[in-house]
Design a protein around this ligand. Sequence first.
Ligand code: 2HA
Ligand code: ZN
Length: 275
Amino acid sequence: MKVLDAEFVQGFIRLCDDGFHQNWHERNGGNLSYRIKDEEIKSIEEELTYTQPWQAIGTSVPNLAGEYFLVTGSGKYFRNVILDPAANICIIQLDETGENFRIVWGLVKGGRPTSELPSHLMNLEVKKLATNGRYRVVYHAHPTNIIALTFILPLEDKVFTRELWEMATECPVVFPDGVGVVGWMVPGGREIAVATSELMKKYDVAIWAHHGMFCSGEDFDLTFGLMHTVEKSAEILVKVLSISPNKRQTISPRNFRELAKDFKVTLPEEFLYEK
Ligand code: 2HA
Ligand code: ZN
């Protein structure tokens, strides 16, 4: 099969286009990665080539050794992915140490995988281990409202989680583990990758102050849906705070406990504190 005919590639392209139309990907902002299944890589092997050199990832992900990933290209624009996927995304293979990668398909007009490759791979490794291999997608975007909140709220997991949960009843059901926050850091390197992957051990969402958000999930629908839900909640909070510094009423800790019971989710008590 041709790479572009594969369902996982079509799902990847669709997410890029949907994300662009949400206004989360100005210029070359954001990046996406997918850990490819064995049967999926077999189905497209006719188009893979093994002639490009190994290059350093910039970090070590031994638990992903030998695996294949579909990733966006560094400096490439999400809005162009649907028009010319082969020039804007690529498939990489990792070597047996989990320290090097090579491009086996794509980026036909030149380029490198995403500048956030260390964060993507470290997050994918953490999630692979934590979910018994279920989680395959890591998505980074620049959604306006969540970024705006990082100038206003204390950069604490428990504050962001609680405020976002309060903005829509579905939120604690969609992200019952909460969200993590990293203070401002230089993007693109190993240091921010380590900080983010630490949060990903506990959460499916990590917010980068004054920059954007990382989400992880089993598939494209769940991961895009998670980004969408968190950002929608942030938009409501921005509106509420813009109207008035105080809420007249909200969802209470008791309400959250009732919701948890009926929806059969566990909501950690650390987020149900009295204010
Ligand atoms: O330009 O979003 O974090 C891609 C990015 C870097
Ligand atoms: Zn970014």
